[in-house]
Design a protein around this ligand. Structure first.
Ligand code: PGA
Length: 249
């Protein structure tokens, strides 16, 4: 059985007190129910530890990490530091990091190794732009991203990674991939993993969908055979919506 995961990426949202309110509301609601999925939240670095101190049902992760352990990298946070405060997940390769901070697959491959070396589970994001999809290159783009950033890993290490398929054209746009589009790409990702590693590795990897997933469409997306949950941006900032999404698994 593959692990089901619903993850909330808060991005650069919520002031300190707002972040607390959101986390408290989520924890309180989840304390009264069971969930079929692991629930994760990714607050800004600044609040990580405090949010973590409120976490009981929810696991807390970081939105990024550096590719080195220590050093003169002003403004950066290393995987070693995240490990030292008990963080267990890290998002790597989000399209916003790729676009606004010029993170390449080569760089991201180093970050993934760092995360794994420090016992963090990487949620590794891949996905095509609208232009790439419209020109029919989306499968090639995804294969290249997997190849360049992840396929250097040993099977044992690769098996620890969670993949998030996030078509760039669906992120924050309100345009969601159809269930057919999502399932098609998720099945393709699993096929490529199988070719590189094995059937059992491919079948054990959780592949999340991300991109305008919301309280209305989560259920049908999560019902797709190869969709193992979601990486949620905007809708994870609203407790009721996020809870509905969690309960859509
Ligand atoms: P969105 O973001 O749900 O707001 O589209 C998803 C993501 O960026 O992970």
């Amino acid at each position: 059985m593959r692990k089901k995961i619903v993850a909330g990426n808060w991005k650069m949202n919520k002031l300190h007190s707002e972040a607390f309110v959101l986390m408290r509301e989520l924890e309180e609601a989840l304390s009264k129910q069971t969930t079929a999925a692991d629930v994760l939240v990714f607050p800004p670095y600044l609040y990580l530890q405090e949010i973590q101190s409120l976490a009981s049902k929810i696991k807390v992760g970081a939105q990024n990490c550096h590719w080195e352990d220590v050093g003169a990298y002003t403004g950066e946070v290393s995987a070693a530091m995240l490990e030292s405060v008990g963080v267990s997940y890290v998002i790597i390769g989000h399209s916003e990091r790729r676009n606004y901070f010029n993170e390449t697959n080569t760089l991201l491959s180093k970050k993934v190794l760092q995360a794994l070396n420090h016992n963090l589970i990487p949620i590794f994001c891949i996905g095509e732009t609208l232009e790439q999809r419209n020109s029919g290159k989306h499968f090639d783009v995804i294969k290249q991203q997997l190849n360049d950033a992840l396929f250097h890993l040993t099977p044992a290490n690769f098996s620890k990674v969670v993949i998030a398929y996030e078509p760039v054209w669906a992120i924050g746009t309100g345009v969601t991939a159809t269930t057919e589009q999502a399932q098609e790409v998720h099945a393709y990702i699993r096929k490529v993993i199988k070719q590189q590693y094995s059937d059992s590795v491919a079948n054990s990897i959780s592949i999340l969908y991300g991109g305008s997933c919301n309280a209305q469409n989560a259920k049908e997306l999560f019902a797709c055979a190869d969709v193992d949950g979601g990486l949620i941006g905007g809708a994870s900032l609203k407790p009721n919506d996020f809870l509905t999404i969690i309960n859509s698994i």
